[in-house]
Design a binder for this molecule. Structure first.
Ligand code: DSN
Length: 420
């Protein structure tokens, strides 16, 4: 075989990858709530020879010979996931969170069945029933929303929607909800209308893994997640469930909706779950919550309002309706200050999703870099300064300088150079 170093074999791709390492390491503060930085051991697993093999099927029941080591790796991932999340069964093959949600729905439902999910602009995800997504196209979705006063999901509102629509399945779990999810409340509602309960814990799975957020089991029947957000692992998806749904979940992933599993990614998931069982990961998730509270204090000190008034988890949602700036403009002004966040709809947002009246800010990635409360409070203040003065180049320049100091003080891949 013609082996060459990537730098020699494909200098253009090599250069782009090198530039991306530099961007992540030294250009900006990464505060997109769904992003994180994986440790080197996960990069190694993902870049392994497991990419060379087809392994359709499941451990012990493959369609191709030669899967001994693939079985070993997939079993490790499944067993560790079940231990961490108190699940009876884990399917670690979904290629992404969307694939996991697709398979989870079809494991229990037929096209056209009724699902009750959150309003997208109240923290939901495209796969929770939006019309541009398969979920809204193939299922009969109805929605429940945040309470206008508390800006939380309240039993009376979810119950009212459930009684009105009589769903076969209720979805909880969100992409932009800064508060704890009350699984007992959702179970009571689901029982009242005889519906299944599914939770998408993609954002909070790292916190759930260590008990920093309540577990969705035993209240939920099926739980989906990605494996690369707060749990800090290889990019991909996973479904966890009670034993009675295990066979249906497995068939809905393969052969119904996927072919050969990405075994190199599954190796990365296995390594991620081993990391998540360590005491150091518990410390990490505790620090995420402390950091997000400190960030909220900094934002509050600068007079910014947060949806629901604060945070219980890894993110805050800033409502800019009283400011002289849209979500889109704030995102750009912050990007020009080397702070990366995303514009985000706020509940009952008058602006379209391409503009929005909010920004979502998360701390998992900066917590991985080692920043703590003092730095996050100060970053909250910097964000406040930029948002209050979006066109002031002097403010942006001062913030860029402070950001540069933080990036130098908290290097990302400190111990070992990430080689390609
Ligand atoms: N794109 C993810 C997020 O940012 O929340 C959800 O899939």
């Amino acid at each position: 075989m013609n082996h060459k170093d990537l730098s020699e074999a494909d200098p253009e791709v090599y250069e782009a990858l090198k530039n991306e390492i530099d961007r992540q390491e030294s250009e900006s503060l990464e505060m997109i709530a769904s992003e994180n930085f994986v440790p080197r051991q996960i990069l190694q697993a993902q870049g392994s020879v497991l990419t060379n093999k087809y392994a359709e099927g499941y451990p012990g029941k493959r369609y191709y010979a030669g899967c001994e080591y693939h079985d070993k790796v997939e079993n490790l991932a499944r067993e560790r996931a079940c231990e961490i999340f108190d699940a009876d069964h884990a399917n670690v093959q979904p290629h992404s969170g969307s694939q996991a949600n697709f398979a989870a729905y079809f494991s229990q439902l037929d096209a056209g069945d009724k699902i009750l999910g959150p309003v997208l602009s109240h923290g939901g995800h495209l796969t929770h029933g939006h019309g541009v997504n398969f979920s809204g196209d193939l299922f009969d979705f109805a929605t429940y929303g945040l309470n206008r006063e508390t800006e939380r999901f309240e039993k009376e509102d979810v119950m009212e929607a459930a009684k009105e629509h009589n769903p076969d399945l209720i979805v909880c779990g969100y992409s932009a909800y800064p508060r704890e999810i009350d699984f007992e409340m959702f179970r009571e509602v689901a029982d009242e209308v005889d519906a299944l309960l599914m939770c998408d814990i993609a954002h909070i799975s790292g916190l759930v893994a260590t008990g920093e957020h309540p577990s969705p089991f035993p209240q939920c029947d099926i739980v989906t997640t990605t494996t690369h957000k707060s749990i800090r692992g290889a990019r991909g998806g996973m479904i966890l469930c009670k034993q009675e749904y295990a066979d249906d979940v497995d068939s809905a992933v393969f052969p119904y909706s996927q072919g050969g599993p990405l075994m190199h990614q599954i190796a990365g998931k296995a390594v991620c779950f081993k990391e998540a069982q360590k005491e150091s990961f518990k410390d990490y998730t505790q620090q995420i919550k402390k950091n997000t509270k400190a960030l909220a204090e900094g934002l509050r000190d600068k007079g910014l309002r947060m949806v629901s008034g604060g945070t219980d988890n890894h993110l805050v949602l800033v409502d800019l309706q009283d400011e002289d700036v849209t979500g889109k403009e704030a995102e750009k002004a912050l990007e020009d200050s080397n702070i990366v966040v995303n514009k985000n709809s706020v509940p009952y947002d008058p602006e379209p999703p391409t503009v929005t009246s909010g920004i979502r800010i998360g701390t998992p990635a900066l917590t991985t870099r080692g920043l703590e409360e003092e730095e996050l409070r100060s970053i909250g203040e910097m964000i406040g300064e930029v948002v209050k003065n979006p066109d002031d180049e002097e403010v942006r320049s001062e913030v860029r300088e402070k950001v540069s100091g933080l990036l130098d003080e908290f290097p990302l891949y400190e111990d070992s150079e990430v080689d390609l």
